[in-house]
Each structure stands twice: as structure tokens, then as C-alpha cells.
Design a binder for this molecule. Structure first.
Ligand SMILES: Nc1ncnc2c1ncn2[C@@H]1O[C@H](COP(=O)(O)OP(=O)(O)OP(=O)(O)O)[C@@H](O)[C@H]1O
Length: 300
């Protein structure tokens, strides 16, 4: 498990992280979302032990990570700007990593090269941006980390490659309880991959929750009543997050368990009632609006 307690990190007079508390369970795929400058890379670098916090603590399996070579061996950070040596091919990079990571898994590396269809004998400098990101990901995974930190490395991957990444990550989790943290600007990209999501905004962790819990808590319901029902009346009936009316045809977003919401709305004798699925993006949007944040600022 990764434990982050009251972590603060400043760069000069910029407070990149402001007393963050967070726990990331072993074996989970945690999505870290936030706009530019929210503090995602800083947080990942603190977890990887690249930075030390100005105050608070970052622990991996109950030991502080900074200046802890043994713990650092178990964490691998794939940077948002992956670094490859000058004229190296992917195979050259794999040989390089082999020297520094005793657990580097050559069989897995070769399997991943085939899965991603990467020309491993060509210079990485000639690869596209997406190919470089895939290369950094597969090299990182081949070092067999217990904790793989991925800084925006899926942004811009096509849907087929995202599926491959998802499968490879879930295999690693099933086989050896690997934990992954993926940062992104894009909730949609994380929806399919992650089981837990946290939102960072201007150095604050606004939210951290398991997706199943989150999606089970917020519901979109279309309902038609025979009589006029006011917003106030609805708000007294259910925990109303949003409300739109077109005549007597209402679309509401409500919080709570779905059977309970439906039962309560039934008391108002609707002519028709239907619950519709919400995307993760919509759920966050409503949650953030209720908390008084402008979701358009957070997710752009
Ligand atoms: N090495 C540094 N020196 C000075 N300021 C920094 C440094 N690293 C980060 N910052 C500042 O800390 C804040 C958080 O930056 P960070 O890179 O963690 O955000 P981010 O969420 O990863 O952003 P992006 O999505 O744009 O990559 C920003 O205001 C940034 O300018």
C-alpha cells in the first residue's frame, strides 16, 4: 500500500501540493485526474522517491520512500517525457535496463514488443510520440515493478492500444498483485482502465473513490408526472443534484441507492420512470458542481 500523509511540496512560492492525504491499495489501478499544473507529476515523483516532501510523509509498504534504495527498486515511474539514450534502439534500451534492474523480464519484454508491434531494431528517435510512450511503458513494465507509475503515458493512445495496455496491466495485477497509478487529463481514458480515481485540483486532492462505489451513488433518471411537480418538491423527495424540465418531462440527477430513489419517486405517482446510465465524466461533473467547483475548469 502507498500512504501519503499531510504531504506538502513547494517550488519557490508555488505550492504544488497542499497537505495531501491519500491511500492507494495494493493491486489497484488508480487514476489520477486533474488539469494542467494540478500537481499530478509532482505527486508521482514524490511516490517514486524522486522528490522529498517539504512536510508530511510518503510511504510504500510502511517505509518512507525517499532515500530508500530498497523500496525505490520496487517502484517504476514512466515519465510524461520519456527519456531514451541518443541513438539507441528499443532493444538497446532493454539491454541498458537489464543492467540496472536485476528483475528485468526479457521474455515479457519480447512478448510486449510483439503485442505493441514496435520495430525494436529501429532507433527510438524515429518513433512517433505514441510509439515512444508505448516503448517507455513496456520497458517500465518489463522491470517487474510492484508499483508502476504512469505519467500521462496513455494520453493520445488509440483505442486498440488502450485495450492492449488495459489487458497487460490486468494480467500483471492478476499474476503478481502489481499496483498502477495512471495520471491523465482525460477521465474518459481512465474510465475503462482504473478501479479507483482521485481528482487533484490546484494542489488539493478533491476526491478519491472506488469507481464502482462512485457510479452506484449517482443516478440519472427520466421521469414523467401527470401533475406539475416543483423542483423544491423533488428536492424534498430525493437527494437532488441536478434538475431539468421540459414540460412535465423531467431529467434528474440524484444521489443515493437507485431502488431507494425509485421508491421515493413512486410516491409522486409518475406516469413513466427510467434510470439511464451515467458516464464517469458525468458523475464527476455533478459531484464537483455540488461541491461548488466548476468542473469545466477541473477537467480541461
Ligand atoms: N521543478 C519545478 N520547478 C518549479 N515549479 C514546478 C516544478 N515542478 C512543478 N512545478 C509547479 O508545480 C505545479 C504543479 O506541477 P505539476 O507538473 O505537478 O502539474 P501536473 O498536474 O502534472 O500538470 P500537467 O498536467 O500540465 O503535466 C505547477 O504550478 C508547476 O509550475
Amino acid at each position: 500500500m502507498i500512504q501519503i500523509n499531510q504531504v506538502e511540496k513547494r517550488f519557490g512560492n508555488v505550492k504544488a501540493l497542499d497537505r495531501i492525504d491519500m491511500e492507494i491499495q495494493k493491486g489497484s489501478i488508480y487514476g489520477l485526474v486533474g488539469s494542467n499544473g494540478a500537481g499530478k507529476s509532482t505527486l508521482l515523483r514524490l511516490i517514486a522517491g524522486v522528490y522529498s516532501p517539504d512536510s508530511g510523509s510518503v510511504s510504500v509498504e510502511s517505509e518512507k520512500i525517499f532515500e530508500n534504495p530498497e523500496r525505490k527498486q520496487r517502484v517504476f515511474l514512466v515519465s510524461d517525457e520519456p527519456y531514451f539514450i541518443g541513438q539507441y534502439t528499443l532493444h538497446n534500451m532493454a539491454d541498458f535496463y537489464c543492467r540496472f534492474y536485476p528483475k528485468f523480464n526479457v521474455a515479457l519484454y519480447k512478448e510486449l514488443c510483439e503485442l505493441f508491434h514496435l520495430p525494436a531494431d529501429k532507433k527510438i528517435a524515429t518513433y512517433s510520440k505514441g510509439m515512444k510512450r508505448q516503448s517507455a511503458f513496456l520497458l517500465g513494465l518489463s522491470t517487474m515493478p510492484d508499483y508502476l507509475l504512469l505519467d500521462e503515458c496513455f494520453d493520445g493512445l488509440d483505442p486498440v492500444k488502450r485495450q492492449v495496455v488495459r489487458k497487460v496491466l490486468s494480467d500483471a495485477m492478476a499474476e503478481r498483485q502489481m499496483t498502477a497509478i495512471i495520471s491523465s487529463h482525460n477521465l474518459r481514458e481512465l474510465d475503462e482502465i482504473c478501479d479507483t480515481v482521485g481528482i487533484l485540483h490546484k494542489g488539493d486532492l478533491l476526491y478519491s473513490k472506488q469507481l464502482d462505489d462512485l457510479k452506484g451513488e449517482v443516478h440519472k433518471i427520466q421521469v414523467v408526472f401527470s401533475a406539475d411537480i416543483s423542483e423544491e418538491q423533488l428536492a424534498r423527495t430525493v437527494s437532488l443534484m441536478s434538475y431539468q424540465a421540459t414540460g412535465r418531462f423531467l431529467t434528474l440527477i440524484a444521489k443515493g441507492s437507485l431502488p431507494e430513489i425509485e421508491e421515493r419517486l413512486d410516491l409522486l405517482e409518475p406516469l413513466a420512470l427510467e434510470a439511464l446510465p451515467l458516464t464517469l465524466e458525468e458523475v464527476f461533473l455533478y459531484e464537483m458542481e455540488v461541491k461548488g467547483y466548476d468542473a469545466n475548469v477541473i477537467f480541461r
